[in-house]
Design a protein around this ligand. Structure first.
Ligand SMILES: Cc1cc2nc3c(=O)[nH]c(=O)nc-3n(C[C@H](O)[C@H](O)[C@H](O)COP(=O)(O)O)c2cc1C
Length: 387
């Protein structure tokens, strides 16, 4: 059944790719959101796609997660289908980018598939329903996950309860109309609204599709941002006996000096992780007809650059601050390469579009095989092994 489903996506792909990329994505979100409400669907999804492999259990921040393969931000911007995404086997799922107020994003079309390049260009511009709507959904979902778990236990019988749902990250950004001078208020506001629901927060200061957002990676701007956001996070954590990791997501287009400067600033604050990388505005040689579209490029053409950046970051940070590696991961070997370059965990987006939901299981199995081949007893032993 598992193989048939993987192949099924390949058979379906030409039909999916015949439609507008964003419309197909929206239809998928609505369908999955709808069927996830049917009792028994999530356990069934899990039974089909989820495969546990103890070798992949690993620590991220202070939690043990089932595996180091996560879903990258932007796929489920409003937190509509993360229970289904966990059921596919992701060890952690990052929802967002969400902004304090709802906003429409850029005019369409704004999402382009580049199949010849195994890539995507997007200029979505933080289209999302806003932090309050996300909070409202998460309240409802938190209760439903609990009942889904009970269901799941009945179907499978042998899943330990503690891995039935996973680590949920929330990626936050600023509204388009908020000036850079006031941007910090937006991050503080989104964090305050969503604090009860996040296992970690990511500060997205690296999307190329919100004007000047990337300037926030610069020393002074970053210092101002981290000063306020860390203070607010600390205050909320204190009041609610939590320990919420705060991550910063960086652009692959930073040169080495700029990257090192950003790292220095992060080290001044209590930051628990770095995500490398967001999409790139660089345009390597591409074949597809949409190659000249404006926006952020992701997928295979980003792979090398993001791994290089992980390498530089690991040389600066060692294992003090975990690095989450993202950019062009299509298989277990790609994930393994980023882990050996220094990533404690990885994330995937674009490859899901090309390979479908069976990809998660495949990447996990391949990664486990590679670790075993090289004699590693755990993921963490392999982190930064290249250095
Ligand atoms: C359509 C699309 C939308 C995205 N939206 C966001 C977003 O809202 N916030 C964010 O931090 N990254 C966003 N990203 C970037 C991804 O999270 C990831 O960093 C990037 O695509 C590289 O990984 P990949 O090559 O596996 O896709 C988006 C990527 C794509 C393709």
């Amino acid at each position: 059944m598992k193989l048939t489903l993987n192949n099924l996506y390949r058979q379906l792909r030409p039909f999916l790719f015949a439609g507008d990329a964003e419309k197909v994505h929206e239809r998928m979100l609505s369908s999955v959101e709808f069927i996830s409400k049917i009792p028994g669907f999530l356990p069934l999804l899990r039974k089909v796609f989820f495969e546990e492999n103890p070798l992949l259990h690993t620590q991220l921040f202070d939690n043990v997660i089932d595996n180091p393969i996560g879903l990258a931000a932007g796929f489920d911007k409003d937190g509509r289908i993360h229970p289904a995404l966990f059921a596919l086997g992701f060890g952690f799922v990052e929802i967002g980018t969400v902004t304090p107020h709802p906003q429409k994003g850029n005019p369409r079309p704004r999402l382009f598939r580049l199949p010849e390049d195994q890539a995507v260009i997007n200029r979505m511009g933080f289209n999302n329903q806003g932090a309050w709507k996300m909070a409202e959904r998460l309240v409802a979902k938190t209760l439903k996950i609990k009942s889904a778990d009970a269901d799941l236990f009945e179907v499978s019988g042998d899943y330990p309860a503690n891995i039935s749902s996973g680590m949920l990250g929330i990626n936050i950004g600023k509204n388009k109309d908020t000036t850079l001078e006031n941007a910090t208020d937006d991050y503080v506001s989104a964090l305050s609204t969503l604090h009860p629901f996040a296992d970690y927060f990511t500060l997205n200061i690296s999307s190329p599709n919100t004007k000047d957002l990337r300037n926030m990676q610069e020393k002074e701007a970053l210092r101002i941002l981290l000063d306020s956001v860390c203070a607010r996070r600390d205050e909320l954590d204190r009041n609610h006996s939590r320990n919420t990791p705060l991550l910063v997501k960086l652009a692959p287009d930073l040169d080495e000096d700029a990257l090192k400067n950003s790292v220095r600033v992060m080290q001044e604050f209590s930051i628990q992780g770095v995500i490398a990388t967001n999409t790139t505005v660089a345009r390597p040689v591409l074949k597809s007809k949409y190659r000249t579209e404006t926006g952020g490029l992701s997928g295979k053409p980003l792979q090398k650059r993001s791994t290089e950046m992980i390498r530089t970051l690991f040389a600066e940070l060692g294992t003090d601050i975990p690095i989450i590696g993202v950019g062009g991961i299509f298989n277990g070997a790609d994930a393994y390469e980023k882990i050996k370059a220094g990533a404690a965990a990885v994330q995937i987006y674009t490859a899901l579009i090309y390979e479908g939901p069976g990809l998660v299981r495949k990447v996990k199995a391949e990664l486990a095989d590679l670790l075993e081949r090289d004699g590693y007893k755990s993921v963490s032993e392999a982190v930064g092994a290249d250095h």
